[in-house]
Design a protein around this ligand. Structure first.
Ligand SMILES: NC(=O)C1=CN([C@@H]2O[C@H](COP(=O)(O)OP(=O)(O)OC[C@H]3O[C@@H](n4cnc5c(N)ncnc54)[C@H](OP(=O)(O)O)[C@@H]3O)[C@@H](O)[C@H]2O)C=CC1
Ligand SMILES: CC(C)(CO)C(=O)C(=O)O
Length: 329
């Protein structure tokens, strides 16, 4: 059987789970590109505790170090599981990809938010780009240890083709299907844009409020006023989506509240960053919505206030790292 070479770009919570699952497949060989957890992962691999799949130990084929010279290897799939927090994050990622991507490489964005694929498409006009909507709750609790405690949908990873270039439509679909077939909790989707919007509504409301309040979803339910704000944020986010031409049910704001109620307590990835004093992932989530609303002339006061507050939190952290925050536009 033909070997499938995979590189995980950013082996944090999501990257580790994806890498581990793909490595179970007989045809795949999975390497990881790590930043702060490089030494731990290189030495011990990645330990996983998962409510969905059970416990496991993932030993990557190769553990690459961010910032070091990249190997001259052909990867069939490069899966992006890094967070985009600053302009520099995009620039570094594209620079790295330029030396890693071949004509036959499929690039997969497993990141939350909207339009993460835009700079990828600009840099790689002909490559297959897949979008993965990730529906699981996981955290890297210490370097090289990842816990997955819940899911918010039946399938953990939804995989779709980002855009259909005129050439090689069937090649895009084959590459998507090959990846999706590697685990029973992966599934193919056909409406990437709509699903991205639905997830954006969830993340822009729940991730923001949990991070600002410093509370997980269940702790937030003890504060009806804060849940009211979550709902208001979701209503505003949906209004931007609808005005952008996306079909989003009017029941969606209530649904995201119900999903959080029905799940165990969710420490969102943004709350996890806030608790650890790390910069927050703002630009692709609330940043996208505020800018899109401005382009459409829609008022979203709650979201704009939350966006400002999240950026204020990021400001000193960006100064520390000497990295410019993502600009508003
Ligand atoms: N966690 C979750 O439950 C979910 C997360 N998501 C989304 O998935 C994406 C990843 O989130 P998550 O896994 O939680 O985040 P993590 O912070 O756990 O993982 C991101 C990893 O990427 C690494 N990284 C960042 N930049 C680089 C780089 N240039 N080169 C190599 N590695 C890099 C980080 O290193 P360092 O430690 O040095 O920063 C970190 O290890 C986000 O977009 C998030 O919104 C989606 C659904 C659920
Ligand atoms: C769905 C959710 C809330 C799961 O953790 C998420 O996407 C995140 O934390 O970023």
């Amino acid at each position: 059987m033909e070997r499938v070479e995979v590189l995980i770009y950013g082996a944090g919570a999501i990257g580790s789970i994806l890498g581990w699952r793909l490595a179970q497949h007989e045809t795949t060989r999975v390497s990881v590109l790590c930043r702060s957890n490089h030494d731990d992962v290189k030495q011990n691999g990645i330990f996983i505790q998962s409510i969905l799949w059970g416990d496991g130990h993932f030993i990557p084929d190769e553990v690459l170090r961010a910032g070091a010279a990249l190997p001259n290897r052909d990867f069939d799939y490069i899966i992006l599981a890094n967070k985009i927090k600053t302009e520099e994050d995009v620039a570094v990622m594209i620079r790295d990809l330029k030396s890693l991507v071949r004509d036959s490489t499929t690039i997969v964005s497993a990141q939350n938010g909207m339009d993460n694929e835009v700079p990828l498409r600009e840099a790689f006009p002909e490559n297959t780009i897949l979008s993965s909507i990730c529906n699981l709750v996981c955290t890297q609790t210490q370097p090289g240890l990842v816990e997955q405690v819940a899911t918010i949908k039946t399938h953990a990873f939804h995989l779709g083709v980002y855009d259909h270039r005129e050439v090689a439509v069937s090649a895009h679909l084959l590459r998507r299907d090959r990846l999706a077939s590697m685990d029973p909790h992966f599934v193919v989707i056909h409406n990437v844009h709509e699903e991205r919007w639905q997830k954006l509504i969830f993340n822009s409301s729940w991730n923001s409020m949990t991070a600002l309040a410093g509370l997980d979803t269940h702790e937030l339910f003890c504060h009806p006023m804060l849940v009211h704000i979550v709902r208001q944020l979701a209503i505003e986010a949906r209004s931007v989506g609808v005005a952008s031409g996306v079909k989003l049910p009017v029941t969606l704001p209530d649904k995201i509240i119900e999903i959080a109620k029905g799940s165990g307590p969710i420490v969102t990835s943004t709350l996890s960053d806030a608790r650890n004093g790390r910069m927050l992932e703002v630009k692709p989530i609330t940043g996208y919505l505020v800018n899109q609303a401005a382009r459409l002339g829609i008022s979203i006061p709650w979201m704009s206030a939350v966006y400002d507050r999240l950026r204020q939190i990021n400001r000193p952290l960006a100064d520390e790292s000497h990295e410019p925050q993502c600009a508003a536009e």
